[in-house]
Design a protein around this ligand. Structure first.
Ligand code: UDP
Length: 240
């Protein structure tokens, strides 16, 4: 069996990924499955960090559009990401995976504050690190937080988990004949405004040469196969 080609990855999950298709904000079965996938990566000797969004619970911009102060909304959104991070930590620990949640907003008594040196140490010790509360600043998203943290920890790949198979010219759920890109440059993704990650996140990846893999991780074993070199989803990288 082939060995992993990555040594340290950051996996970005949207909050909605935890909800599955159901009505609950967090579906325990979905969470359990995702935690199992992460455990399998550790079993391959890969250091794993996670960023989980909060969109299953709260999005600042959506509430701002209905009159709520945007900064307050974003603070609530960041706290929502912390809830998801704690839920994931709980499931990972239940599977025997040592996990630390590090929050960009200080929440003493609940989890550690984000500290890069400590995060690196946790990863070296084989712990999963979940970065919560995004960047700690309003007007950003957890996509940007994922790029930022991935660069800070020296990840060799950022994986953005999506509901579809990768990057398309248009949303394939609405436009069935949309073109699929197995590989696309950062600049083209930006130029064409493709739904990959937000602009800040892609620019950070581009400027720091961090490869980004956009893929559907719901397919059983997909993450492991990617780690062993399978060309799954779409690779966003330099060059056209
Ligand atoms: N958020 C923020 N700053 C950040 C990251 C997130 O203010 O650095 C807030 C923002 O309100 C956002 C919410 O947290 O809408 C949830 O994050 P996001 O929308 O990225 O979650 P996802 O869509 O990935 O579930």
């Amino acid at each position: 069996m082939s060995v992993p080609i990555y040594r340290r990855i950051l996996l970005k999950l949207s909050g909605e990924a935890l909800a599955g298709g159901g009505r609950e904000s967090i579906d325990p079965d979905v969470l359990e499955g995702l935690a199992g996938d992460v455990r399998d990566l550790l079993g391959e000797g890969i250091a794993v960090a996670l960023v989980i969004g909060g969109g299953n619970i709260f999005r600042g911009a959506a509430l701002a559009a209905r009159g709520m102060d945007r900064v307050t909304g974003d603070h609530i959104g960041m706290l929502a990401t912390l809830m998801n991070a704690l839920a994931m930590q709980d499931r990972l620990e239940a599977l025997g995976v040592s996990t630390r949640v590090m929050s960009a907003l200080p929440v003493g008594g609940v989890c550690e504050d984000y500290n890069r040196a400590c995060a690196l140490r946790h990863l070296v010790k084989g712990r999963v690190v979940i970065f919560a509360a995004g960047t700690g600043n309003p007007f950003f998203t957890t996509d940007s937080a994922a790029s930022l943290r991935a660069i800070e920890i020296g990840a060799d790949l950022l994986i953005k988990a999506t509901k579809v198979d990768g990057v398309y010219s248009a949303d394939p759920l609405c436009v069935p004949d949309a073109t699929f890109y197995s590989r696309i440059s950062y600049d083209r993704a930006l130029r064409e405004g493709l739904q990959v990650m937000d602009t800040t996140a892609i620019v950070l990846c581009r400027d720091h040469g961090l490869p980004l893999r956009v893929m559907n991780i719901n397919e059983p074993g997909a993450l492991l196969r990617l780690m062993r070199g399978a060309d799954l989803g779409s690779l966003v990288a330099s060059g056209d």
